[in-house]
Write a protein that binds this ligand. Structure first.
Ligand code: SF4
Length: 381
């Protein structure tokens, strides 16, 4: 398949692995964070860490939209389904995220809540058109990639004059999360999380472009390489980061030139800023309250804002004490560090959100058998 097979070529992968081994200096450590859950998934699925020298360590970042959704926001959605009796529409992965009182949206559905899985915001809009007598709420999650389609349906709902459609907006922003990680005590004061460079997200960058990452390169002196989601994309990005670190450079480089430009998708950016504005703060699972890290619906479209329509208040709820998702999302721990991993917590019975989505680090490790310390990977510091 064009643009797939050539990026999964085993012979080329071996050449890239040999180049990384040859260029990574044995006396040096390369702590590289892949921000995005799609990269975490690719790294686990294709066993990329097995091909890396001991000096190169991959750290998993918080770029999985389902994983970073805090319990309090899922509780909002469950309340809408069970108390307000709306039709609650959302993506499949959201249905199994554990919430308060042992509930999830799926369990709320079993208790009689009208919870529907949709593949797109447009499906939710269609539901609202098909059920004019019911309130239909779309529970929107995701980074910059999934925000434009949500903006589009809100505009469509306005154009159609749909009075029974609204959105709970949980859309979050990648650059704010990277800043939060770089400013975190683990990185700045405690020194427990060494970070030498980032693999930048693929799909997110098709929307926002490569320009926003220039700040991290300049301000924090951290190299960033934007990479596609195929295994050779990731390996090429690792090689490019190793080279930058060896040469003392901190630049933004783009490995994913087949889809990402410096400016990004300007039309999509304009659409998003027409419908959404920055929230002052938003709670992320694992990162806590992160200033200006999420979007809310602008006053001009307030009638489609479910938080205002139903006077919703988000409560902050602590994660299950047995769950290490918070530390994993900050890059401080790995799934194997969690005592519940693969025993009490499995994809069939997830305790935390990182075991729910295929982009979650715990689910990726579990699915691809990364139960033990991977050969060639340095132990967590
Ligand atoms: S294995 Fe389960 S309980 Fe442990 S950190 Fe991952 S999601 Fe949380």
């Amino acid at each position: 398949m064009k643009y797939i097979d050539e990026f999964r070529d085993g012979a080329l992968a071996r050449k890239l692995a040999a180049a990384i081994v040859a260029e990574a200096e044995p006396g040096r450590r390369y702590h590289l964070m892949e921000f995005c859950g799609g990269h975490t998934h690719a790294i686990s699925r294709y066993g990329i860490t097995d091909l890396l020298p001991p000096s190169v360590r991959m750290i998993h970042g918080p770029g999985c939209p389902v994983c970073v959704l805090p319990i309090g926001r899922v509780d909002l959605a469950i309340g809408l389904a069970l108390q307000q009796r709306v039709i609650l529409a959302t993506y499949g992965d959201c249905l199994r995220v554990p919430a308060s009182n042992g509930l999830s949206l799926l369990k709320a559905k079993a208790r009689g809540g009208d919870v529907r899985m949709v593949y797109s915001p447009a499906d939710a809009l269609t539901l609202a058109q098909a059920h004019p007598e019911r309130e239909v709420v779309f529970f929107a999650i995701g980074f910059e990639t999934t925000t434009p389609p949500t903006a589009l349906v809100i505009k469509q709902a306005a154009r159609l004059g749909l009075a029974n459609f609204s959105v709970v907006c949980n859309h979050v922003l990648t650059p704010a999360a990277i800043t939060n990680i770089l400013e975190s005590p683990e990185v700045r004061q405690l020194g427990t999380l060494a970070l030498d460079g980032f693999i930048g997200p693929a799909h997110v960058s098709t929307i926002i472009g490569s320009q926003p990452y220039e700040f991290f390169a300049e301000e924090y002196h951290k190299p960033v390489v934007i990479a596609g989601f195929e295994p050779l994309d990731v390996m090429q990005a690792i090689l490019m980061l190793v080279r930058q670190i060896n040469q003392g450079r901190a630049e933004v480089e783009n490995e994913f030139t087949r889809a990402v430009s410096r400016e990004g998708n300007v039309k999509a950016q304009a659409l998003v800023s027409e419908v959404f504005e920055l929230r002052r703060t938003f709670e992320w699972r694992g990162l806590g309250q992160v200033p200006y890290s999420a979007l809310r619906i602008r006053d001009a479209f307030a009638t489609f804002d479910a938080e205002r329509r139903f006077s919703l208040e988000t409560r902050s709820v602590a994660d299950n004490k047995a769950c290490e998702c918070g530390a994993i999302l900050r890059g401080v721990k790995q799934p194997r560090d969690c005592k519940a991993f693969g025993t009490l917590c499995t994809p069939e019975n997830p305790i935390g959100s990182c075991m729910v989505s295929s982009e979650g680090a715990c689910a990726a490790y579990y699915s691809y058998g990364r139960f033990r310390e991977t050969p060639g990977v340095a132990a967590p510091i």
